[in-house]
Design a protein around this ligand. Sequence first.
Ligand code: C2E
Ligand code: CA
Ligand code: CA
Length: 749
Amino acid sequence: MNSYLPAACIGVLIVDDLRIAREGLAVLLQRHNHIHVVGAVGTGTEAIDAALRLEPTVVIMDLVVRELGGIDAMERILQRLPQTRVVILSAVHTAEHVFRALRAGASAYVSKEAATEELVRAVNAVVLGDRYLSSHATALVIDGLLNNGMPRSSGERLSARSLARVTLDSIGDAVVSTDVAGEITFLNAIAENLTGWTREEAIGHPLGDVFRFLDADTRAAVHNPMALTILQNKAVARTANCVLIRSDGVEVPIENSAAPILDRRGTVTGAVMEFRDVSVARTMARNMPYLAQHDSLTNLPNRLLLNDRLGEAITLSDRYQRKLAVLLVDLDRFRQVNDSLGYAVGDGLLQSVTRRLFTCVRSSDTVGRHGGDEFLVLLWELRRPEDAAVTAAKILEALRKPHQINERELRITGSIGIVIYPDDGTDADTLMRKADLAMYHAKETGGDNFQFFNFEMKARAIERQSLQDGLHRAIEAHELELHYQPKLDLATREIVGAEALVRWRHPKRGLIPPVQFISIAEDCGLIVPIGRWVLREACRQMHAWQLAGLTPRCIAINVSAVELRAPGFVSGVRAILAETGLEPRFLELELPETTLIEDTRVIKDARSVGDVLRELKEIGALLALDDFGTGYSGVSHLKGLPIDTLKIDQSFVRDLTRNKDGIGIVIGLIGMGNCLNMRVVAEGVETREQLEILTAHGCPEGQGYYFSRPLPAEEFGRLLKRDAAGMHLPDQIAFETLLPRPEANQRVM
Ligand code: C2E
Ligand code: CA
Ligand code: CA
């Protein structure tokens, strides 16, 4: 008993009147790795031409096609190419249609309503020399055999009966039928084999005498699908995970489907069930998961495994509140390569594409073969949907480079559809459907591009790209500038320090705040030169203020995780301090808390960040933990690190007056700082009320709009002068109103 495991690659020609139908079908079939759709045509004449030219192994044919009609076209194809197998895919079902098709040489008859899986099973079956009938068609044939409603003349009827018998016996699946009372009316040869009953013995017996069904896992009795189909008068799709218990007690894992048998007036006269022994397939899935779940050509996870992975990714994304991107990558005009250069070259190209894909993703991401020339890429732990665009662009570029296959240089491009979980859908099916649509959109726009299902995301991705392009020249074009925000001693209101915050004065867009370009700079590596510029400029400015007799305790700059981990960061700091003449003790580096956290958990060389911090301490610089409280680092973790200052994140300060827990949390954070012997600075102080609560609970320092917005250097210098003269913030309310509001034009974009 075969279980229809696909052997080599099967070339398939599709014939259908409707363009949409044949193209849709081509896409669905291409997903099956062993099927290559060699052509898709619309008329009978085209079908004959295409068949002779392409010599497909299987022709999938609609019965109703223009010029000739399906049956005639099939007969002519089979005359010239007797090896070819024809699968009829039809929307019309009468016994006559089925018999005519079979008599004319069709090997399979599948209803158009059937799932693609059934069509694929039919293709696999006919390639192995079996017949295949979808359960509807089987019901019609059985009806013919039992002579309830067959052709007019008695001669025809006779030949129909023998044809029916031969057909049913040459089906690779077991077929059994019953009357409405559930008594067996027919078994085919395979069913005899499987059940251990001969046709003659079985006929007239209740089905339950011959075999019973159980659920393979729960061992509970499963509804007899034939009774169900009679009751509901409609086909019953596959009962999964079913075991058939033969009368002798032997268990056979099966897959089945059932359909009602109707007479000419449409009355139910019985039911037919098709079933197949899936022990081989199930054992294989259990014992050889690798083979069953991987594509043999590329070694990538196949569709089956991809489905699993996608489900898994969704669960994990939920758990960790992360986004997930699904990229459906389809090669443009791959079929032409296959058709003109042969499958061997096509296969080589697919392998080359596979290698390229791996160069574009992180090792934690998933790359799989979705079928034919479609690949699926799952990007886990996405920070922003736009990040998927970066990967997509990388993939397109990688594909575009010439591929060397058998001394031949091939060029190919791809079309990519992108969907984001959970934005675009919350289940795998929806995501895949939308990825498909997005991919089609990419094809429509000429291929060699990517499209988000959500077009707003596309817009954001383009925006990001344009900023990235501009950022490349920003440093040389002197478009970056630093603004300074004071840090105050909350008790005395004296300015004790300044934080340098970078801005980008874009020639067209005006002043761009760092949130809009720092992450871009991090992604494309520009953060390193930008960070150096910031450091140099801040040190130079601080030194200049000192020379002018103004002495805030220190100048703070922000350092992102990428910079900190970049090689040569420490020596860069040392060099710039020497170059600008600023003493290291006047420099403070603010590191986001999340940098440290992620490092100890995710990255293996967690020690290295600690080492970098210690080296910075050795130079003599101060270290602050920025956005403290957002990264959940515990006291024990912080204890080991040479940190001088904790900056309580703005969100906690904001919550002080918003909810009850707010105060408790801030008290806790202040307490942690005290207990660790670190200075504590509250960020984002905006109101008098917040200030009062902070002071009441012993928070020593603060920073925020309540005192001053970040100011250009010159204005900050004036602020320092007033501060030195004893005019502290924000008591000189008049002072703020005198100032132009430098930040006011920030939201230009
Ligand atoms: P941050 O380090 O947490 O900086 C504080 C941010 O809060 C600044 O935004 C500041 O303008 C803003 N802010 C200050 N007081 C208040 C307040 O009372 N209320 C509110 N709502 N906001 C206040 P900015 O300048 O837009 O900077 C945003 C972030 O960009 C910074 O967050 C920092 O992470 C990053 N950044 C800024 N400059 C640099 C830089 O030179 N290098 C790196 N790597 N990152 C930088
Ligand atoms: Ca900061
Ligand atoms: Ca902060």
